[in-house]
Design a protein around this ligand. Structure first.
Ligand code: NAD
Length: 289
């Protein structure tokens, strides 16, 4: 049982984490902090949190667990604010989509508290933001990746692992660099591509007409372009090196496909499509979340 949980950033992820732990009966009191008063009122009303704290420094006092669920570009400011107010027993975790930058920020701003810091990233979410989109089942049967530091105490990792298990998630551990390489390929690049395609079509003089004819394929490919621009700006910048490498690999593939199309080499194109189709269908049938 966690006596006091502090959620810094009660949005989709922070709100869902709070609701899931409450539903699991794992927490007695939940304190929330955020940038938007309206969103915090909604969090109170829907029962995601019990109290609103005036700021993060007050929220973390005597907390057993602190969840940083703000965009990764806000992590430095939040860490600086809470650092002087953390008790020795307080465990701090985060939900940021990038880990190398968050770990570097923790080393800079929470140097006295590294034993109690457990970086994390739930592999679940949506293109919606705010506590209104949160739900207790968001993490059920999904993965939560933890990237503990060499300094992180085993008891701190155990508490965060237990919290994610109580949310219904499976927990994996890896190094922050490995995390960032993996998610550059399978998450950050697809988001960049979706934003790029929708932006390019929307900027055309006949964009409205094109959207009028867009259907299932366009919807599936671009759903994630409806995601929070702030959050994705921060993620792209935080994982810039790995994302640039993925972008280069993708550009090479486009160049290759473009050449085949120019040469009307249907057989070679079909080979690529076959390979992709098989891999996509295998992935979808193995994935049970
Ligand atoms: P969100 O916009 O729904 O929630 C973020 C909340 O943080 C907002 O309520 C905002 O008011 C608050 N906030 C922003 N800056 C703040 C600050 N300085 N102090 C206090 N509160 C602040 O976003 P989200 O989708 O819940 O994402 C939160 C974190 O989780 C991000 O780091 C994101 O990278 C990560 N994440 C998101 C997803 C997803 O699919 N949305 C999935 C996994 C991880």
């Amino acid at each position: 049982m966690i006596e006091k949980l502090a959620i810094i950033g009660v949005g989709l992820i922070g709100g869902s984490f709070a609701m899931a732990l409450r539903e699991a009966g794992m927490v007695r009191e939940i304190i929330g902090v955020g940038r938007s008063a309206a969103n915090l009122q909604e969090a109170l009303k829907c029962g995601a949190i019990d109290r609103i704290a005036p700021n993060a420094a007050v929220a973390v006092q005597d907390a057993e667990l602190v969840m940083l669920a703000v965009p990764v570009g806000q992590m430095a400011a939040v860490m600086q604010e809470i650092a002087p107010h953390l008790a020795a027993h307080t465990v701090v975790t985060d939900a940021g989509s990038t880990k190398g930058d968050v770990v570097a920020l923790a080393r800079r701003h929470l140097p006295q508290h590294l034993a109690g810091f457990v970086p994390g990233h739930p592999i679940a979410g949506a293109e919606k933001s705010g506590v209104g989109a949160a739900n207790a089942g968001l993490f059920r049967n999904r993965q939560a990746v933890l990237t503990p530091l060499p300094e992180t105490a085993a008891t701190a990792t155990s508490l965060v692992r237990a919290a994610w298990l109580a949310c219904g998630a499976r927990v994996a551990e890896m190094a922050p660099e490995e995390h960032d390489r993996i998610f550059a390929a399978v998450s950050h690049l697809p988001h960049l591509l979706a934003f790029a395609l929708v932006d390019e079509i929307a900027a055309r003089s006949n964009g409205k007409e094109l959207f009028g004819y867009a259907a299932g394929g366009f919807r599936d490919f671009t759903r994630i372009a409806g995601s929070s621009p702030e959050m994705w700006r921060d993620i792209c910048l935080a994982n810039r090196d790995a994302l640039l490498q993925e972008l280069d690999a993708y550009q090479s593939q486009l160049v290759r496909l473009r050449a085949l199309l120019e040469q009307a080499d249907g057989a070679a194109m079909e080979q690529i499509f076959n390979h992709a189709s098989q891999a996509r269908n295998d992935w979808a049938s193995q994935k049970n979340d």
